[in-house]
Design a protein around this ligand. Structure first.
Ligand code: FES
Ligand code: FES
Length: 266
């Protein structure tokens, strides 16, 4: 085990995070080197001049981008599998939340050896949930990699002037008590859930878990939201029902009108 890997596990153990179950024959995969970067600007674009970062500029290399905690932006794993090919994924494993590494071909979690392709798909358990993938464009002429933090699903409405409008025609489930719509709106870049609650009102909540930033999922068996990393659960209004998270999910204001709902995205 390399010294940096030993240091990593010392740090993980120091935080109380789960490391039990590390296979004795685990290959020597370390989390990717961390690069501290400033908070993203209003446009949500992060630009990297690749030659400045030797860990990333070599084919097979990778770095973890760490943003200031106040920015609310999760860490990103930037990988360079082959010449002029880059991909950007969430740097947090969807199993129980360890920081990810890269073996030159796939994203690999040092804790229990889950693997993910550069498209985010799980290729080796125990993780079952894909890694989130970000849109990134590399210009081979300027050697600049642009990462779009606010890009979203093409099948979901975009944020326009700070609002997200979902019509009942597009999202008929929102007419009904118990109905839900979810997606990643361009202009926000993170998944948002909109619920019609049992009392007929609406709620809209962010998907980023307040424990260490994994993305929560809808879990019908608890009629709420479940974080795949350390099993925190939340109501449809974002309140914590089970830790380790202690803070509620971020919420948004929702207004209903005759044709649908309007969510104010901040
Ligand atoms: S945290 Fe267990 S495989 Fe990643
Ligand atoms: S990130 Fe740990 S419970 Fe969600």
């Amino acid at each position: 085990m390399s010294s940096s890997r030993r240091d990593f596990f010392k740090k993980v153990i120091g935080t109380g995070a789960v490391v039990a179950g590390l296979p004795a024959c685990a290959p020597d995969i370390d989390p990717s080197p961390v690069l501290d970067v400033p908070a993203p600007g209003e446009d949500g674009i992060v630009s990297l001049v690749v030659p400045r970062y030797p860990d990333l500029s070599r084919a097979g290399g990778s770095v973890t981008l760490r943003f200031p905690g106040s920015s609310g932006q999760e860490n990103l794993l930037v990988v360079h599998p082959t010449e002029n090919t880059y991909a950007v994924l969430s740097a947090t494993c969807t199993h129980v939340g360890c920081p990810m590494g890269f073996d030159g071909t796939e994203a690999v979690c040092p804790c229990h050896l889950s693997k993910f392709s550069i498209t985010g798909a799980v290729t080796n358990a125990p993780a079952t949930v894909p890694l989130k993938v970000y849109v990134a464009t590399y210009n081979a002429g300027t050697q600049v990699l642009n990462i779009e933090l606010k890009s979203g699903d093409t099948t979901f409405p975009s944020v326009v002037n700070g609002t997200l409008t979902l019509t009942f025609d597009q999202f008929p489930a929102l007419r009904d008590v118990g109905g839900v719509a979810s997606g990643r709106p361009t202009g926000y870049g993170k998944t948002v859930f909109i619920f019609k609650l049992e009392d007929g009102t609406y709620s809209a909540v962010d998907s980023i878990c307040t424990h260490t930033g994994c993305e929560v999922k809808l879990e019908e068996s608890i009629n709420g939201l479940l974080c795949p990393c350390h099993a925190s659960t939340f109501t449809k209004k974002g309140d914590v029902t089970q830790g380790p998270a202690t803070l509620p999910l971020k919420t948004f204001t929702v207004a209903e009108n005759a044709s649908g709902v309007v969510v104010t995205i901040t």
